[in-house]
Design a protein around this ligand. Sequence first.
Ligand code: ASP
Length: 477
Amino acid sequence: MTAYPPERVWDKNKRGRTKQCVRFMEQSARRNAQAGKTVAKVVKFGGSSLASAEQFKKAGEIIRADETRIYVVPSAPGKRYKNDAKVTDMLYACYALAESGSDFRKELAEIRSRYQEIIDGLELTLSLEEEFAVIEKNFREKTGSNYAASRGEYLNGIIMAEYLGFAFIDAAGVIFFHEDGTLDEEKTDVVLAARLAESGPSVIPGFYGSMPDGSVRTFSRGGSDITGSIVARAAKVDVYENWTDVSGFLVADPRVIENPAGIDVITYKELRELSYMGAGVLHEDSIFPVRQQGIPINIRNTNAPEDNGTWIVGSTCQKSKYVITGIAGKRGFCSINVEKDMMNAEIGFGRKVLQAFEENGISFEHVPSGIDTLTVFVHQDEFMHKEQKVVAGIHRLANPDSIEIESDLALIAVVGRGMKSTRGTAGRIFSALAHANVNVRMIDQGSSEQNIIIGVANDDFAAAIKAIYDIFVVTRL
Ligand code: ASP
């Protein structure tokens, strides 16, 4: 270990640079403003940030503290305390009753009282009576669960607009889907940009838009993040601030590592690798619209607005604080090890093996190979019910010598733009794992050299993450 460069000293410099660069981003936004360029921000607030009047007030203070925060995207009210219900879940449940012809008035009244509590706490005179009459009627007419769920953000948007004195823009009139359910980016961008320009400071509820026939359609759960990103792109803002209940991304999952370090700056690419492996906070699809425009996303904490949070950027001059940016992983994989003598000389062998998976509608995660072996990693729950069909398919298509299946494996991704230029990263990972008595079952380094995927037994999952975290973040050996 001591053969490597003295990381401690080096890292100190890197940390200094990180702060400088965050400051640089903020200063450049200010300079733009002074030069007469319009500086605007989209601020999206998640459900827990708008769960009660108290939380609304915090959001209001944040918005008023910066006059460039002119486009607000609210989620529906989330949980006020640990075992509370999210309004979106209440709406789905209420609509399920309506759809089955049961009485849903009590459930709808409970939803209404969640909003009334917020309105009263904010001392607004707003009445949602008419809105709820329309919702009740539409529920009776079975307008659909997408419509039902969307009312969570729709009503919260009306309250937010009233509270801030901003214009209210119904997302159904500015965000459009194609017939197949994908976003109609072109139409959305044109209509939304024009509408935002004429409305000035406005509130655009998250999570939904409309189909070509005018009916409401929602994104998948957590989709208000996507709305924020779409609004940011249409308005060509400088920053998309995403306000939630944590101060940004963490280097590792806090359920595995106690009180893990935070990530100051992460690239879209790194984030994609980590989110794919289960690191939460932001909806995965929310990256694409802003990425195209190079708009950074700043994840912030409504309950700790003084924290810088995490900046998600296209590229950066900043080295990450540590050699690695983050670690994430998932349990529940299976490996299918296929062996055949002289496999290396048989053209098309890999394709034939993978065809057996394709024929059964199973997507693969990784395919490391040796001279006479090829291993396919798949999600155990997807594969389990079809395993014999897949095995028969491989025999039929590729005629291997043997097939062996191993289950209960975990995959861990170690991600970092700094890994490419740092000698010995892989060496450090594997010696840390060896010291922790973790048997490594698979290694796969992405061609971008920004990630190393490691396969271990499910039971070794936490020990492996701890060992990697310790070596890079705690001891920085
Ligand atoms: N309210 C929706 C949900 O709970 C969307 C969101 O909050 O982003 O999934």
